[in-house]
Design a protein around this ligand. Sequence first.
Ligand code: TIU
Length: 224
Amino acid sequence: MAIIEAEPYPFEFDPARASLLIIDMQRDFLEPGGFGAALGNDVLLLRRTIAPTRRLLEKARAAGLCIIHTREGHRPDLADLPPAKKARGKLPTGIGDPGPMGRILVRGEPGHDIIPELRPLPGEPVVDKPGKGAFHATDLDAMLKNRGITQLIVCGVTTEVCVNTTVREANDRGYDCVVVADCVGSYFPEFQEMGLRMIKAQGGIFGWVASSEDVMTALPAMAP
Ligand code: TIU
């Protein structure tokens, strides 16, 4: 057991029962021309998460931590795309439509891929999710339970959408979540701040918030 310095109070970290969960670090959210941009956002705001997440990912790999990646997206036939999600925003170019990185948020298209800086290694599960929460309509819960995992160290985008939704789903399923403040990003600075405050308020109503430095300090040293 190790301690992660975190808010609202130190987190008792058990690396053998923990997973690093990296949410939706996809080209469609972090590069120009994808879904994030179609929604009117400046994707550059998310890119500050890439370097610290890469450092944390490398350290977590070296420590032997379970790593799980997620991607938001839909089947090429869009059969799993709720009409309400497709219609939302009345976008001229929306989910399933052609964009500069292929069809937006469609599995198998270049924009749906995880950014090259954080590419999963063979053996690291990638969970394809049709919703904002990573537990909705996926096998993530079974994967975690099968590995005996009860603690999630959470990175990814965006803080107030897929990260918060996933943390809330995890919390209701009995997982302890630590959200890594500099490894989650929002297109909106005020949502970044409030998205983190909502997690750690009221004694950690949804979980903990820590810096990547503090998580890395608590990770065990590389096995010989
Ligand atoms: N729009 C936005 O902020 N996020 C999403 O649509 N998906 C995720 O957060 N992954």
